[in-house]
Design a protein around this ligand. Sequence first.
Ligand code: LIP
Length: 258
Amino acid sequence: MTYIPVTEIIHEAIESVGIHIAPASGFQITEKTSSRDLVTQYDRLVQEKLIAAITERKPDAQFISEELEKKGDLNAENTFIIDPIDGTTNFIHGMGNFAISVAWYKYGEPFYGAVYDPLADEFFEAKVGMGALLNGMRIHVSNAPMRDSIVLFGTSPYNPELTDMTFDLVKKVFGKCQDVRQMGSAALDICHVACGRAGLYFEATLSPWDYAAAAIILKESGGELVNLSGHEIKLSLEKTSVIAGNKNIIAESGIINH
Ligand code: LIP
């Protein structure tokens, strides 16, 4: 019997559920912490299918997933950090820009990350030390200066106490860059930075599943991921602020310790 690497199992599982949900409709929407923090039956379906596909090959796998009550052990031999649908609000409103995100950690260290946009049919992935790919082609962060770059940001909509700070930062960078965009999926925003479409992305707070996989792809594409104090981010179950970009543009942005 041919051996299929687990990374290929993950790739195929993500792609097949992605194609299944792309034309989704008939949403059963549940509010979590607020009218902005929503979950649908599709989030749970994608999570269920991914966990089943991975567990078949890795019965000892641990899971940290957005819609799982009990979070697994990040320092286990094999831990998978899943955002079944990142950009849920876009998804519910029938807009593009949502993604399925899976990161594979081994004993607390990043090993493989995959982010799939089913509507655009764009599969971003990276294995640590092997470079980052978009649909099988190598990608690299942009080296353009702020003046020639688009800056992406997230609004942390579940945390209204961060609204003023967020839009102060947007105003600060808007004067230095080509334009700003708010696209609604942290995972895809970070991947757009990894492939050089955008120069920078920031958000005042994210959960680990929002950025775990995209962070691996970004670093393998030559980018950096730091928090708003400029410190490198070590994945944990705690929320954190995030800045993604190349070293120069992060410094040029002036948003660190703003
Ligand atoms: C979303 C992120 C987005 C952020 C939202 C939310 P979800 O993830 O991708 O960048 O602004 O607060 O965290 O909830 O759609 O998986």
